[in-house]
Design a protein around this ligand. Structure first.
Ligand SMILES: Cc1cc2nc3c(=O)[nH]c(=O)nc-3n(C[C@H](O)[C@H](O)[C@H](O)COP(=O)(O)O)c2cc1C
Length: 340
């Protein structure tokens, strides 16, 4: 049987299948089911910068309540009831998970402006987190800040979190950088131990009847995986000693195998577990094991990166040349001609 042991963020895991940041970590019984089914680690749902700033503001408000000088600044902050949990609530959840689980528990922070909130990374480390995953989720909506400004600001946040803790820090990024490898290289120089590709943007639904924009939280499908595979294949050749996590579109053991072949050290799963239950990680693990054994791999490590940019028989499958070739294949499928 192929050995599934892997290393992620400097941690040794018994399995590359990891529970992604999601509500599963809020329920210790669900987390225990995932562990029993063979999860290698669990990432907690995130503590948000806005949540932490709101707490700091609440403390200020307490002291400033007689001389209310910060009304304007406060008006930019989201309502505190948007966030169901404060930092100490998160610490309590982390401690509860630590007591129940033997697999590493990774705490998650989500924010993108430097500030005092980054110190909470140390609180989570003290409470027993094995590592921190920092989710850099950004939405550009003004002309005032350039892409370079955004990256600079994000690197400052990363440096602050890395400086605050001695446990490993991984960063979950979006696909929206002009050069993902260059930004990831800068993350590595800032002391990050791994990257997770990619976070997932939740698509707004424009309702034509009510002329309103509704929030939409749809489960992913395997169709989201190829974007990740492409990034993994390139990063496996460019990202030095960083560990790589795939997040987004893993729904089967075969999807996990694809991510590993392209260079992933671990594969994070959320939607599939929220749909089928946390024990479903055992099904994915079984399918991955079966595929590795069938292909004669003695370990998942042996399969890792086999299709990456550095090792692929034809590296041009990952480059611009392949784009040109792909467009050309439409000539072989001229279905549209049937309609002319
Ligand atoms: C209900 C739900 C809650 C999530 N909460 C978080 C979160 O708190 N922090 C985070 O970084 N990602 C969060 N995610 C994103 C997942 O960790 C994951 O990156 C994304 O869902 C893609 O993986 P999937 O295709 O397996 O769902 C959440 C996803 C879902 C569906």
């Amino acid at each position: 049987m192929a050995d599934l042991q892997t290393s992620w963020l400097g941690l040794t895991l018994t399995s590359p299948l990891v529970v992604a940041a999601s509500p599963i970590s809020r329920d210790p019984a669900a987390a225990m089911q995932a562990e029993a089914a063979g999860a290698g680690a669990i990432v907690m749902h995130s503590l948000f910068e806005e949540q932490l700033i709101e707490e700091q503001m609440a403390a200020h408000r307490y002291f400033d309540q007689l001389a209310d000088t910060n009304a304007e600044a406060r008006s930019f902050l989201p309502d505190s009831d948007l966030y169901p949990l404060d930092a100490e609530g998160m610490v309590a959840e982390l401690q509860a998970l630590r007591q129940q689980l033997t697999i590493p528990v990774v705490a998650s922070l989500n924010g993108n402006t430097p500030g005092g909130w980054t110190r909470y990374a140390a609180r989570l480390a003290d409470a027993g987190a094995s590592a921190i995953e920092l989710n850099l989720y950004d939405v550009a909506s003004t002309t005032a800040t350039s892409g370079a400004d955004v990256e600079r600001r994000q690197l400052e946040v990363v440096a602050a979190v890395v400086a605050a803790v001695s446990i490993p820090v991984g960063v979950k990024i979006s696909p929206f950088y002009a050069s993902v490898p260059a930004f990831v290289h800068q993350l590595e120089q800032a002391g990050v131990r791994g990257v997770t590709v990619f976070n997932r943007f939740y698509d707004p639904v424009v309702d034509l009847d009510t002329l309103a924009v509704r929030r939409n939280l749809e489960s992913s499908t395997s169709a989201e995986l190829p974007l990740r595979l492409h990034a993994l294949a390139i990063l496996s050749a460019t990202s030095g000693a960083l560990s790589l996590a795939c997040s987004g579109g893993v729904h089967t053991g075969e999807d996990a195998a694809r991510a590993i072949l392209c260079g992933a050290h671990v594969v994070q799963v959320a939607s599939a577990l929220l749909t089928h239950g946390p024990a479903h990680i055992g099904t994915l693990r079984g399918e991955l094991q079966h595929w590795l054994d069938d292909k004669g791999y003695t370990s998942s490590a042996a399969a890792r990166g086999v299709l990456g940019l550095a090792k692929a028989e034809d590296p041009s499958v990952w480059t611009r040349l392949n784009y040109i070739r792909s467009l050309d294949t439409w000539r072989e499928q001229p279905t549209w001609r049937n309609h002319t």
